[in-house]
Each structure stands twice: as C-alpha cells, then as structure tokens.
Design a protein around this ligand. Structure first.
Ligand SMILES: Cc1cc2nc3c(=O)[nH]c(=O)nc-3n(C[C@H](O)[C@H](O)[C@H](O)COP(=O)(O)OP(=O)(O)OC[C@H]3O[C@@H](n4cnc5c(N)ncnc54)[C@H](O)[C@@H]3O)c2cc1C
Length: 382
C-alpha cells in the first residue's frame, strides 16, 4: 500500500489542513496522529466558556470517529510521535515506525511554566487545549477566587470570561500594561479600565514567587511582598512553539519550525503549519494565518505547488467589556503613533513616514472603524 500523507496534530491546523486537502484529493491515504483525545473544537472558545457556561463536552464539535469518517482518514488518538527519521521518510511512535509520503507537523505550541516555591504548584492550571480546560473547570467547580498569571491577550480574555462566569479575578504580571507586546499604551489603559470596572484587580510589576495551601484556599506570595488569597491559579504567561523533535531530526528551527512560503521545512516531504511553524520568519499564533497556510499547503500536497500569502491579519480580542481589535505593526517596519479618543474609545494608528497605515489598536466604539482601516493595511506576506 502507498505510504499515507501523515498529519501530526488535530488542532485547528491539522483538521483544517485535512479538510482542505480532501476538497482536492479524496483518495490518497491520510493519517492523523494526535497526543490528545482527537476531538474537534475551536480553541478560541476556551476563553469564552465560563461566560457561556459551556463545559469541555459543550465546546467539543465532533468526536475523532466522526472526523475520521468525514475526512476519509484514519485518526489515531492518545498517540504521541516521539521521533522523525527524514532519511527513511518515517516517524516513530515509541518503537513503532510509521512511513509517510509527506509529513505535516501541526503539533502546536506548549505552555510556558515558571518554577514557583510552595506546596500548591498543582493548583496552577495552564489552559491551552480542551483537556486542560476540562481539568480547570472540574477544579473550579464551587471555587470563587482565581488568580491569573499573565496579562497578555489570553490572560485578559480569561479575566473577562471568568468574571462574567461569576468568579473573582486578580491578575499578576511583571510588566507595566496589559498586552505589552501587542497594544499601544492608550488602548491597553482602556482595556485595563474596562476589566477593572468589572471587578478585576491588577498587580502589575511583581511575579508570583510562592504558592501555599491554607485551610480555606491558597496564599499567593508576590515578589513585591503582596499576598493574595485565592482558590485557583490560571497560568497564561505564554506559549512556546514545539520544536524539539524537529530539531532532533535535523530540521531547521528558530522560534518555530522554519518553513518557506510553501510551508516546506529544510527537509523534502516535511511541512509545518499552525502555532509550531515559523513561516518566512513569522510565527503567528492565531487562527487566520493557519487557515491561509492550510489552503495553500492542501494545494501543494494535491500536486499544485502554492505559496502562502498573508493579507492584513487584525486580531479581535475577546474582552467584551472593552471591545478591542488590534493589527500589530509588521515585523521590521517602524512608524509614528497618533492617538484619538479617550476613556474606553481609543483609536491609535501607526503611520509610516510616507503616510501609509502600518497598524492600529481600536477599543470601544472605535472598533467600528476596523473594516475601513483594514483596507489600508499592508499585507504581512505579500
Ligand atoms: C485560550 C485561547 C484563546 C484563543 N483565542 C484566539 C482568538 O480569539 N483568535 C485567534 O485567532 N486565535 C486565538 N487563539 C490562538 C489559536 O487558537 C491557535 O493559534 C490555534 O488554535 C493553534 O492551532 P494548532 O493546530 O496549531 O495547535 P494546537 O491546537 O495546539 O494543536 C496541536 C496538536 O498537536 C498535538 N501534538 C502535540 N505534540 C504531539 C506529538 N508529539 N505527537 C502527536 N501529537 C502531538 C496535540 O495533541 C494537538 O492535537 C487562542 C488560543 C488560546 C489558548
């Protein structure tokens, strides 16, 4: 039998690639391998689940068996790829070798963790997939006070969602504003004020150093001496693309698995997309880029080599208390920021010296202007 096209990972990147590929090629054997339970779900929904009162089963869109049927594919769940042997076009699952025609790495990014002293490290929950979410929801049942580590996009989204879901929220991060790598300070201040209006308490500057159990919950000690009482901790301090197995196999890696515009790694017949991939220098951990990659790579795998293009990729942040859309300035470009508006309604625009728009951050009512502004934005990969 012909060796299959093998996709490692059944997140949005893996399943969307499989769907796009099947639109073009219904017959080539297709195998998907995943370390998790293989359920299809939309990861962005993980940070709206408390407000909508949806548990992990409620967020799941299809069982792996249904996906296998729809995709005319085999889906191997709870199966962790442990190595790649590019020279023999095979991968390893422990001792078992699996041969591939083409191998696609869609194995995502892993949560970053920091060492914390104390006896309650097991009360810190990263939430980066449906199984993490299920564990956190089970632990959060009947508990009120949540401490969130990190004030990036995901930390802020969880704060909004958990408060709407009836929790009390403190946030801790060693920075001066929310979403420091993404947002102009004026827009960040609007989002922070919105969340504070809901009841969120921000502790910007210190880090968590010790987490200890008490009779009635947890005690979180911060590096500036503050002590916060809480019941659970959510870690949202960042994601690191999975590169170790690729590097061990001799593939070029940087921030992510390095691929060209055809999503091809430094080895023939091995491709990457999604959170694990660094596409022409860009490692974007969002849905829009991976959808563009899935469409282009499906064409390539079906016999029509196709380079991926990225248009503008604005990000809608799910903080409904202060609506926010941001289009970061593309890597390597510089411009001058102007800020209009006040309070919750901020329009921060970044223009190049020639007057062209490079990026923006819009909050509150200013979000309405995004469609018009998007037309003026530069593509991220032309
Ligand atoms: C809470 C949250 C909210 C978000 N909200 C938004 C949003 O609003 N908009 C937006 O654009 N983006 C959002 N994102 C980002 C977006 O969801 C991700 O960019 C996207 O889902 C990544 O998909 P992926 O398939 O690359 O990775 P993943 O979904 O992480 O999938 C990785 C897959 O690889 C498997 N795997 C890993 N290692 C192995 C191995 N060794 N062997 C076998 N299988 C393996 C895993 O089991 C999994 O199936 C959000 C992310 C989070 C965490």
């Amino acid at each position: 039998m012909n060796a299959p096209v093998v996709i490692v990972g059944t997140g949005l990147a893996g399943y969307n690639l499989a769907r796009e590929f099947r639109k073009l090629d219904g017959q080539t054997p297709l195998l998907l391998i995943t370390a998790d339970d293989g359920r299809s779900y939309s990861k962005p929904m993980l940070s709206t689940g408390f407000g909508k009162n949806k548990d992990a089963d409620g967020l799941s869109m299809a069982e792996p068996g249904t996906m296998a049927e729809q995709l005319n594919a085999e889906v191997r769940t709870h199966t962790r790829v442990s190595g790649i042997d590019p020279g023999h076009k095979r991968l390893w699952i422990g001792e078992e070798a699996v041969h591939y025609r083409d191998l696609i790495l869609a194995w995502g990014a892993q949560t970053v963790s920091v060492p914390v002293e104390g006896d309650a490290g097991d009360a810190i929950f990263p939430i980066n997939d449906l199984e993490d979410y299920a564990r956190f929801r089970a632990a959060a049942a009947g508990k009120r006070r949540v401490l969130i580590l990190g004030v990036g996009l995901i930390g802020c989204e969880f704060a909004n969602d958990l408060i709407v879901g009836g929790h009390e929220v403190d946030l801790v991060a060693p920075c001066e504003q929310v979403m420091p790598t993404l947002l102009h300070p004026a827009a960040a201040a609007a989002v922070q004020a919105g969340l504070e209006g809901l009841g969120a308490r921000f502790h910007l500057g210190p880090v968590l150093t010790r987490l200890s159990r008490r009779e009635d919950g947890l005690e979180a000690h911060l590096s500036d001496g503050q002590v916060i009482e809480c019941d659970l901790v959510v870690s949202a301090i960042g994601l690191r693309p999975r590169v170790d197995l690729a590097a061990a196999a001799g593939l070029e890696t940087g921030r992510g698995v390095v691929v060209d515009r055809h999503l091809k790694t430094s080895h023939a017949n091995i491709y990457a997309l999604g959170d694990c991939a660094e596409v022409d220098g860009l490692n974007l951990l969002y849905v829009m880029p991976l959808m563009s990659c899935a469409r282009a790579l499906a064409q390539t795998l079906a016999g029509t080599p196709t380079a991926v293009k990225y248009g503008p990729m604005p990000i809608t942040v799910k903080t409904p208390v202060c609506p926010l859309v941001v289009s970061p300035v593309p890597k390597g470009m510089e411009g001058v920021w102007t800020v209009e508006g006040q309070g919750a309604d901020i329009k921060a625009l970044c223009h190049a010296a020639d007057g062209s728009l490079l990026g923006y951050a819009l909050t509150g009512a200013a979000v309405m202007e995004k469609l018009a502004l998007n037309k003026a934005l530069p593509p991220l990969l032309a």
